[in-house]
Write a protein that binds this ligand. Structure first.
Ligand code: TYD
Length: 216
């Protein structure tokens, strides 16, 4: 009788930060490295990680008219509820590593702080939507707001509905993320997003290596 290989522990890693901070680039690099150490990776994002979520993303980011702030918060929460139940939890249960662009902390920063709906309310709505799923690690790519906006403008030229908000909105988002990271230092890794991309990737790998018990 041969023993089946033990199923690895599923791990949930999220990337947070303002627009233009390089989350997508770093998430892709982390995925590549995780594959080289033999892990199965599910890379996903909110909003829009599922087919239904894609339609919600379209509404919340590209709706031309006004969306009431509470409705906006609930659209992100609805996307999250469906995403966590149908994609993220099943992946974690299989023992995969889920690497995700944005999660509950984005709702707390954008809707809770910057839209003024209240961080505690928004976190509790999102926790309910996600049935209490908390990331094992959250990488916060911290970046000066003006630098982030210049990067988005250079890369794409157009801003979506949230990106088009004023600089003060984005400064509130940044400070909210930093506040959360300060309050939960064990969950967060804060990285200066102006550093060289290779150095950022190294720091992230080192921390994830510790989490997974593999050499970075
Ligand atoms: P993102 O997918 O990072 O944008 P892009 O791929 O265009 O760089 O995020 C889309 C926007 O949605 C971003 O401006 C942040 C915002 N957002 C919220 O306001 N609340 C949330 O809960 C989430 C997940 C994102």
């Amino acid at each position: 009788m041969t023993d089946a290989a033990p199923v690895p522990l599923g791990r949930f890693i999220t990337f947070e930060g303002g627009d233009g901070a390089g989350k997508t680039t770093q998430a892709a690099r982390l995925e590549e490295w995780l594959q080289t150490v033999g892990r199965t990776v599910v890379r996903t994002r909110e909003p829009g990680g599922t087919e239904l979520g894609g339609r919600i993303r379209e509404m919340v980011l590209h709706e031309r008219g006004h969306i009431a702030p509470r409705a906006e918060a609930l659209l992100y929460a609805a996307d999250r509820a469906h995403h966590v139940e149908t994609l993220v939890r099943p992946a974690l249960d299989r023992g995969d590593v889920v690497v995700q662009d944005r999660y509950i902390d984005s709702s707390v920063a954008y809707q809770g702080a910057a839209r003024g709906l209240g961080a505690d309310h928004i976190r509790s709505v999102s926790d309910w939507a996600a049935d209490g799923l908390v990331p094992d690690l959250t990488v916060l790519l911290d970046l000066d707001v003006a630098v982030g906006r210049a990067r988005v403008a250079a890369a794409r030229g157009v801003f979506d509905r949230l990106e088009a908000e004023a600089s003060t909105f984005h400064e509130t988002v940044r400070q909210s993320f930093l506040g959360m990271a300060g309050a939960e230092p064990d969950r967060f890794l804060v990285v200066d997003a102006t550093a060289v991309p290779d150095d950022i990737a190294d720091r992230i790998r080192t921390r994830v290596g510790v989490l997974l018990g593999v050499a970075a």
